[in-house]
Design a protein around this ligand. Structure first.
Ligand SMILES: Cc1ncc(COP(=O)(O)O)c(C=O)c1O
Length: 474
């Protein structure tokens, strides 16, 4: 591809992107293809000869697009969002054109220096104290892994990396059952063992770890010869938005000298609105906090911010300085790859910078407040229907519910089967997209609003789709 062709196809791609986003409401949200259907359309072996771009582009539209689930669809109400404001997509075009690998300060000083600035903007926007330093990670999963490796090394007197875990005391980490599975995997990958991730019972509508039970588990573990190492708290658990009492947990962490990592991957973006900050009251007591602007702030995937009270601990756990990565004469600069599990780094700061400048905090707050208000309105409307139950009340823009008509009353298996069938009918219908979870063993449907272009009408259409399809099935 020569320069002129590159210009032509870049423009085609940009035009395509704008048309795609404008036409999303006319597409089914979830891909409607059967397993293997897309693979069957793709040649089984690679082409020996070059193909024309026109043909490649056409097969993208004909063969690939039908198998896409449209995450930017305004009626994507499944999982958590991965909302990408158009302006962050524009920034990504630029990042993609430069294609820089920003692992060290000197491999692109602007990427490092903008990362420092823009994470500090975000820190101010969510009201965290100035003692926190931010860095951009690819995902919350790898930020959490970095935190767990740090808490492991800290507890082992920084000997785990050199000596290995055999012969070391058995470390313990504490969390509730509401945390995302990235916590389990971080504990596995850090070599601590799933059996040493201690689940603390939950209480109250927030489904928070019971602080007395947490304290009792730590005390009992010390008496039994284990070495408590850290606590992982959540604000906005994935299933139904569980949130720990961060102040109470932080007090225990401080008293017991344990590392505290807070997973606010989804809910953290809402902290740009001061009125929601009570949900993570006490967060300044954390050592590490993870938030995904790629979930709800509008930063195109991927873009995770990790805030650290003392980054030198994470650097001590993760940094390695072979000769080929040294930056001669520049000892005082920051190399953010030393803050992460992976070495290579995309230039993620640019899209956060574009996003925050183009929308301002005012625009971003309005988006989040609208999502919360519309979800609350939908939950109230659905909860007012005689054949629907709200199972967990809205936590920000997430709530869970189920269909439970009078004729199925008391028959839990039949209610679960009806809700499984309803979910499938909703997603096959295509106007909206929902997913499910279990709440205290009950199969329930989740609703969250978080797409950048979602309107109140989109949310209200969900009411018609859900109730209409439920009653049609009976
Ligand atoms: C609460 C929570 N934490 C962590 C994650 C993992 O996020 P990521 O995909 O960025 O690793 C998720 C994903 O949905 C989540 O909901």
């Amino acid at each position: 591809m020569d320069g002129e062709e590159f210009r032509h196809w870049s423009r085609r791609a940009a035009d395509w992107g704008a048309d795609y986003r404008a036409g999303l409401r006319d597409r089914p949200v979830r891909a409607q293809t059967a397993p293997g259907e897309i693979a069957a359309r793709i040649a089984a072996s690679p082409p020996e000869e070059p193909e024309a771009m026109e043909a490649i582009f056409q097969s993208f539209e004909a063969d690939i697009l039908p198998g896409m689930t449209h995450w930017q669809h305004p009626r994507f109400f499944a999982y958590f969002p991965a909302n990408a404001a158009p302006v962050s997509v524009v920034a990504e075009y630029l990042v993609s054109a430069m294609a820089a690998q920003c692992m060290l300060w000197q491999t692109s000083p602007a990427a490092t220096e903008l990362e420092g600035r823009v994470t500090d903007w975000f820190r101010q926007a969510i009201g965290l104290p100035a003692e926190f330093s931010g860095t951009l990670q690819d995902t919350a999963s790898s930020a959490t892994l970095a935190a767990v490796l740090t808490l492991r090394e800290r507890a082992l007197g920084w000997r785990g990396n050199s000596k290995g875990l055999s012969g070391q005391p058995r470390l313990r980490v504490y969390c509730s059952g509401e945390v995302h599975t990235s916590i389990d995997r971080a504990v596995w990958f850090a070599g601590l063992g799933a059996d040493n991730l201690v689940r603390i019972p939950i209480e109250g509508p927030g489904r928070a770890m019971n602080p007395q039970a947490l304290q009792a588990a730590i005390t009992a573990d010390r008496e039994a010869g284990y070495l408590p190492a850290g606590i992982i708290a959540c604000v906005g658990g994935t299933g139904c938005g569980g949130r720990d009492d961060i102040r109470a947990v932080a007090e225990i962490a401080a008293r017991e000298d344990l590392y505290l990592h807070v997973d606010a991957a989804w809910a953290g973006s809402a902290m740009i609105c001061p009125e929601f900050r009570e949900l993570w009251d006490g967060v300044e007591g954390a050592d590490s906090i993870v938030i995904n602007p790629h979930k709800w702030l509008g930063a195109q995937f991927d873009c995770t911010v990790q805030f650290l009270r003392d980054p030198s601990q994470q650097v001590r756990a993760l940094a390695i300085r072979p000769e080929y990565l040294k930056t001669s004469g520049q000892d005082e600069i920051t190399n953010y790859s030393e803050w992460s599990v992976v070495l290579g780094r995309r230039f993620r700061a640019l899209k956060l910078w574009f996003l925050m400048r183009a929308h301002g905090l005012t625009g971003l707050r309005e988006m989040i407040r609208n999502h919360v208000a519309w979800s609350v309105e939908l939950a109230q409307k659905l909860g007012g229907e005689p054949d629907f139950e709200i199972i967990t009340e809205p936590m920000l823009s997430l709530f869970t519910f189920r269909y439970s008509p009078a004729h199925l009353s008391g028959d839990e298996e039949a209610i679960a089967a009806a809700n499984r069938a309803l979910l499938e009918a909703i997603n096959a219908d295509g106007r909206i997209y929902l997913t499910q979870t279990l709440v205290d063993g009950r199969f329930v449907l989740r609703f969250q609003a978080g797409q950048f272009e979602t309107t109140r009408d989109d949310v209200m259409l969900a009411f018609d789709v859900i109730t209409g399809l439920a009653r049609k099935a009976g």
